[in-house]
Design a protein. Structure first.
Lengths: 178, 277
C-alpha cells in the first residue's frame, strides 16, 4: 500500500501548505509517541515507554517551533487524506507492524530513525516542488532540521547494541502462540 | 444529525480518558484514530454520535470514545444499534466489533441489519481470529491456518463479509486497512454520510496471535475501480476479489428504513407512572 502513486507532485507547495504539512508531521508524531509510551507502560516495558515519552516531548517542541515559524500565515484546513505525502501516510506516522510489547530501546530508536529519515525525504522533495523562493527556503530549513534529528537519533541509537535474535521470546507467552 | 453548526473539534477530542488495553501494534489503534478523524472531519459533536459494540478486543472501542457508547453483549451490537437509531434517529449511530462478534455470534443480525437498511454504519475490525479468547479460528480464518488450537487448520471455507453484506442488501459496502488511517478515515466519512446501512470491513492485524498479518501492508492495494451503484456489477467485481482490494465497492440508492409512525416522546411523568407500585 505504501507503494501507491503519490499525489505529491500534483502541484507545487504554497507557504501555507508547506507549514500545514510540517505541523501535521510533528503533531502526528507527538500523538503516536505518546500513545506508544502508554502502550509500553501498560505492558511493563518502562525503558521503552520512557524513550517514547521523551520523543513525544521532542516532537512537541518541534511543533511549537513550526507554529512560531508560521506566525500569521494562514494554514489551509486539509482533510486527513488531502495531505500530499510521498507515501500514503505522514512520514512520522508509526508503522504498527514494527511495534512489539517486548521491543527494546534499539527497536524504538530504529523506528524513530526511520520516521526522521521519512520526514527528511519529504522536505527534500518538497524543496524541489515549491511555488516560490520563500517556501523553498523554508523547506530547505526544515530539511536541515530533520537532518539534525537524524544525526541525533543515530547517535542515540549507537548507545544501544542490536539485541539478540530471540529478543521477542516470551517465557510466558499467550496461549496458542507457542 | 442535529441542525447545529459543524463543530471544530480535533480527532483527539473524541477520545475518552480510558487508555486502550489492546496489545502494542494492534491494528485497532489505527481504527480508533481513523474513526476519530472521520467524525472530526464531518464535524459531528460527541453528543450527536452513539457507538455501540459487542464483545471482543475491537468491541472495546466504544469505551475509548467520549461520545455516547454502549458496550453490549456478544454478537448483539447491531440489534442494540438498531434500537438506538430507531429511538433516536437524530443520532449518528456507529456499530463496531470484530469478525467473530459480527460474523459468527452476530451473523444472523448482520443479514437482517443489511436487509432492514437502517441508517447505521457498521465497522468490523477483521483480524480473522478470536483474539480476546486467545486465538481460536473465526468465520474469516483461512481453512489451512495451522495453530495449536486448530491443528492442521479448520478445513472450512471462510465467510466473505462483502459478499454477504451486498447480497443481504447493505446500501454501502467497503473495505479498508487499518495501516492506512487516513484512507480509512475517508472511507468512514463516506460510509457515515451515506444513507442507510453502511458496511465497512477493516482489515486490522492481530499482532499477537497472527503475526503473519504484519504482511498485510504489502498485500493490500487500492481497488482499481470506482464505486458502483449497480449491485450486479458489484457482485461481479467480488467474484475476482482477492480479499485485499481497498476502497468503496458499492454505493446503493435504496431508501433507508424509516419508522412509519413516530410516537410522541414520552414525558418523564409517564415513565414515573409506569413504575408506580
Amino acid at each position: 500500500m505504501s507503494r501507491v502513486p503519490s499525489n505529491f507532485f500534483a502541484q507545487p507547495f504554497s507557504l501555507g501548505e508547506l507549514l500545514a504539512h510540517a505541523l501535521a508531521i510533528e503533531l502526528d508524531a507527538v500523538q503516536s509517541y505518546s500513545e506508544l509510551a502508554e502502550q509500553m507502560r501498560q505492558c511493563g516495558n518502562d525503558d521503552v515507554a520512557e524513550l517514547f515519552e521523551r520523543m513525544s516531548k521532542l516532537e512537541a517542541e518541534h511543533a511549537s517551533k513550526i507554529r512560531e515559524e508560521a506566525g500569521d500565515t494562514e494554514l489551509p484546513e486539509l482533510a486527513p487524506w488531502e495531505y500530499r505525502w510521498l507515501e500514503l501516510e505522514a512520514p512520522e506516522n508509526i508503522d504498527l507492524a514494527g511495534v512489539h510489547y517486548l521491543m527494546t530501546p534499539y527497536h524504538a530508536l530504529s523506528l524513530a530513525l526511520d520516521n526522521e529519515n521519512g520526514a527528511l525525504a519529504f522536505f527534500e522533495a518538497a524543496a524541489d516542488n515549491c511555488e516560490d523562493d520563500r517556501t523553498r527556503e523554508l523547506a530547505i530549513e526544515f530539511a536541515d532540521d530533520e537532518r539534525q534529528h537524524v544525526a541525533w537519533m543515530e547517535e542515540w541509537l549507537a548507545k544501544f547494541p542490536e539485541p539478540d535474535t530471540d529478543w521477542d521470546e516470551d517465557l510466558d507467552p499467550p496461549a496458542a502462540i507457542d | 444529525m442535529s441542525a447545529q453548526a459543524p463543530c471544530k473539534l480535533k480527532a483527539s477530542d473524541y477520545k475518552s480518558d480510558y487508555k486502550p488495553v489492546w496489545c502494542p501494534g494492534c491494528g485497532d489503534y489505527h481504527v480508533l484514530l481513523s474513526l476519530t478523524k472521520a467524525v472530526a472531519q464531518i464535524g459531528l459533536r460527541p453528543e450527536e454520535i452513539a457507538v455501540v459494540s459487542g464483545i471482543g478486543c475491537s468491541s472495546r472501542i466504544s469505551g475509548y470514545l467520549n461520545c455516547y457508547g454502549f458496550h453490549g453483549i456478544h454478537g448483539r451490537a447491531l440489534p442494540l444499534a438498531t434500537g438506538v437509531k430507531v429511538a433516536r434517529p437524530d443520532l449518528t449511530v456507529i456499530a463496531a466489533g470484530g469478525d467473530g462478534d459480527g460474523f459468527s455470534i452476530g451473523g444472523n443480525h448482520l443479514l437482517h441489519a443489511c436487509r432492514r437498511n437502517i441508517d447505521i454504519t457498521y465497522v468490523v475490525m477483521d483480524n480473522e481470529i478470536y483474539g480476546m479468547t486467545k486465538g481460536q479460528p473465526s468465520p474469516t480464518t483461512d481453512p489451512d491456518w495451522d495453530s495449536k488450537l486448530a491443528p492442521g487448520g479448520t478445513g472450512i471455507s471462510p465467510f466473505h463479509p462483502l459478499v454477504i453484506a451486498l447480497a443481504s442488501g447493505a446500501n454501502f459496502v467497503a473495505r479498508a486497512f487499518s495501516g492506512d488511517p487516513n484512507g480509512t478515515a475517508r472511507i468512514l466519512v463516506d460510509a457515515i454520510n451515506h444513507p442507510g446501512f453502511s458496511f465497512v470491513q477493516i482489515l486490522s492485524p492481530c499482532v499477537t496471535f497472527r503475526p503473519d498479518q504484519k504482511e498485510w501492508k504489502n498485500a493490500v492495494h487500492p481497488a482499481p475501480v470506482t464505486p458502483t451503484s449497480d449491485p450486479a456489477q458489484a457482485a461481479r467485481r467480488l467474484m475476482t476479489d482477492d480479499g485485499f482490494n481497498i476502497g468503496v465497492l458499492y454505493k446503493g440508492a435504496r431508501e433507508p428504513y424509516r419508522q412509519a409512525v413516530v410516537r410522541e416522546p414520552r414525558v418523564e411523568r409517564d415513565i414515573d407512572e409506569e413504575f408506580m407500585v
